[in-house]
Design a protein around this ligand. Sequence first.
Ligand code: HEC
Ligand code: HEC
Length: 486
Amino acid sequence: MIKIFRRLPRWLQLTGIVLLTLAVVVGYIGWDRFLRVYPEQQFDDPVERFKYGSIGAEQDAGIPYWIFYVLPRVFADKLPGPGGYASFGVAWEPGKELPIGFTKRRIGFDRVANNCAVCHTASYRTQHNASPVLVPTGPNHTLDLEAFFRFLVDCAKDPRFHPDTLMPEINLAADLDWIDRLAYRYLIIPITRKRLIEREQQFEWIYRHDFPEWGRGRDDAMNLTKYFMIRWPMDDSFGPTDMPSIWNLGKYRHELDHRMNFAGDSHDAYSVIIDSALGLMGAEPKDKDDFLGHIDWLHDYLSNKPAPNYPFEIDQAKAAHGARLFTQHCAACHTSERTGTIIPLAEIGTDRERMDTWNEKAAAEANRVVEDMDIERRGLVEAPMSGYVAQFLDGIWLRAPYLHNGSVPTLHDLLLPPAERPQQFYRGYDVYDPGRVGYVTSGAEAQRAGTLHDTSERANSAQGHDFGTALADDERWALVEYLKTL
Ligand code: HEC
Ligand code: HEC
């Protein structure tokens, strides 16, 4: 090779060297600006890590930072309200670059993705003019995830998702060098647009007019798994559920046959965490050890994170009365060997639609997908769906609205006969109601901030779970008082 090179005329040797140098430089810049994986930001405080730490989703599911930044400005007309991304119900702490549950990492260029905290951080206010109290690992009851998904796809389909519109906005905020500007204009914006539009088909069911809205605080979790993880064609099932709390996961014990997720679809916390993380990544992890490192950390953190205490006053005498009622009417399922196990639908009688979004064939297929990635876990339960899990009630005060589909606004309402429970209410307003125990769900403010839940619509019914509903009114209030202590 070298001999041949030496025999070439001098001008050709020079051209060769120049071209080779150029190729190396362009290759290096390409690698540096598109592929080079920079280290993740490290967090000493576990709470900060849970809220903002990357779990590796930026690689495949990441949105280029500057596109993410300008979308709410360019497409303000597509937001559910004022306030940019906060209008979707994510919590944005003062002075932070991104909302809770959003992570940033440079892989060539800065990318934004999500972690668990976007759905699993609760916020409440003690009164209208108070600042929100944030409880990481609690349920995000304000998040309008369906609207967020639609926003991204709708932006991508809009002619304004074009370098001529986005670049001037980006240049206003960012100090990009000429290479990054060219990259954004000719590659990053067109590719992002294409990838978002490609996902539209998987999102088809969130545009269906025959399904009601998920509403704030809910997502159609098993259908997400079906359409994204195992890529099944769309069927007619529909079963959005509340975002659950994920604190104190150590209470679930596989050896006692405890099951997780509302319908008991999964064997243990380790499996649910893996499947949730894979859902966020949208693809097989590039670095398995790194991925499993995040899973182990989350498993340990969530297993030991205690449920938060009730922040208002508790009438101890009344609660003691309530404790006796609890033993009589509730303990058989909520503090017994049945707790954490599936109660047959015929016995519980709540809305069945969520159960029908999943089945053993889907479980087997999802397990195969994860097995093919060489990831070991007990996984999803390959058995027919039969009912709903009798919930552990730790921190139940912060888990409103109640039942798997969030169809009952407060604990007091849950103790009313199903026909007397509210038929319409607003979910997603964050002012707390320490009286009935739940959030405020009516009035102008709740209506403005929330989304309407109509129990007559599909998958929304507040039927069933009619335990304790024959109690006298003072007994009902005593039982509510006791539930505050859990
Ligand atoms: C897009 C919102 C969303 C994200 C992001 C998300 N989850 Fe969840 N998670 C849910 C919903 C909704 C359920 C309830 C599913 C069902 O049973 O219908 C759930 C269920 C769970 C459960 C089961 C709780 C129980 O008591 O049975 C655990 C544990 C959990 N998630 C952990 C995680 C972890 C860890 C992550 C991050 C790796 C994560 N989730 C990311 C929405 C989310
Ligand atoms: C026969 C078993 C059984 C009995 C008895 C029972 N529950 Fe339940 N409970 C369940 C099951 C199963 C669920 C989940 C149902 C669903 O979400 O569809 C549940 C859900 C709940 C929830 C909602 C949890 C959440 O995260 O939204 C609360 C609160 C609750 N029960 C309180 C009580 C109280 C208070 C009593 C006594 C008056 C009681 N339960 C009696 C089985 C029972």
